[in-house]
Design a protein around this ligand. Structure first.
Ligand SMILES: O=C(O)CCC(=O)C(=O)O
Length: 264
């Protein structure tokens, strides 16, 4: 449910914002969620972390650079994602289906109807100060199976996101680029030892966020993020959407659970 202080905010993209999203593959919308909603989701997330409410993904599971070597190693119990945000608590489900949020996504997807996939992201991403890992350059689409590549992610900051605590870095326009298989490693991360990739990575922009800001990004845009070198935990709610001309491919992980229509 939209909170009273949110109703006064501008829910639609201006033509300039629309153009920027199409050009860059991402767009930050400031203060889309109210302070009260952020406070409520933050305390929910912290409570679920404290009580280790399943399903969880640990730093040791992702095994990215900087992650503890195993679940039994020092820091091995550091959580990276609170999974299944939508079913975890109505507070997260309300946000995922929020009218103002999905109105923007509808514009970005050029579709009046919008579905959320429960099978990708659909989580609270978190980076704890001591044992967090960095994520290398990738497209989210790499392991997703949909009829078309047009999906949009919404990354809602529940606190400040800065270079120091591992905010997202984006490669503007990379959703429109053909990147040959030779430029990617076996896990489909950009090979940073390739000079042509190094040139591309030099164009990176930080997506710095304040609580309530939303980073929208095309699932085809390359992005990365550093470890959290700050003193406080970083938290963000991340959800993914597709429109009327798209659907998960039957029999794949992207179709494991039925999509949720969040805009009719
Ligand atoms: O916070 C990060 O390290 C980035 C996470 C990310 O890019 C992803 O899960 O696709």
């Amino acid at each position: 449910m939209t909170t009273p202080s949110e109703t006064a905010l501008q829910p639609h993209l201006t033509p300039a914002q629309n153009d920027a999203f199409a050009r860059d593959g991402y767009l930050v919308m400031r203060q889309l969620a109210s302070a009260e909603r952020i406070a409520a989701m933050r305390s929910l997330a912290l409570d679920h972390l404290e009580r280790a409410v399943e399903p969880l993904e640990y730093e040791a599971d992702v095994a990215y650079p900087g992650a503890p070597a195993s679940r039994t190693a020092e820091g091995g119990d550091t959580v990276r994602r609170l999974l299944d945000a939508y079913d975890r608590d109505p507070g997260f489900a309300d946000w995922a289906a929020d009218d103002r949020l999905t109105a923007i996504v509808a514009q970005m997807l050029n579709s009046p109807t919008v579905w959320m996939t429960p099978n990708h992201h659909n989580c609270v991403m978190t980076k704890a100060p001591t044992y967090s890992s960095a994520t290398a350059w990738h497209r989210d689409l790499r392991y997703w199976s949909f009829a078309s590549p047009y999906l949009v992610n919404a990354w809602l900051a529940l606190g400040d996101e800065t270079p120091g605590n591992g905010c997202m870095r984006m490669l503007p326009g990379s959703h429109r680029m053909e990147i040959g298989a030779g430029r990617l490693d076996d896990a489909q991360f950009l090979r940073e030892d390739e000079p042509v990739n190094a040139e591309l990575i030099a164009t990176a922009e930080y997506a710095e966020l304040a609580p309530g800001d939303v980073l929208f990004f095309d699932a085809g845009v390359f992005h990365a993020a550093g470890a959290n070198t700050g003193a406080e935990r970083k938290l963000a709610v991340v959800t993914s959407y597709f429109g009327r001309d798209n659907a998960p491919v039957a029999g794949t992980r992207s179709a494991r659970r039925p999509a949720i229509q969040v805009r009719e």
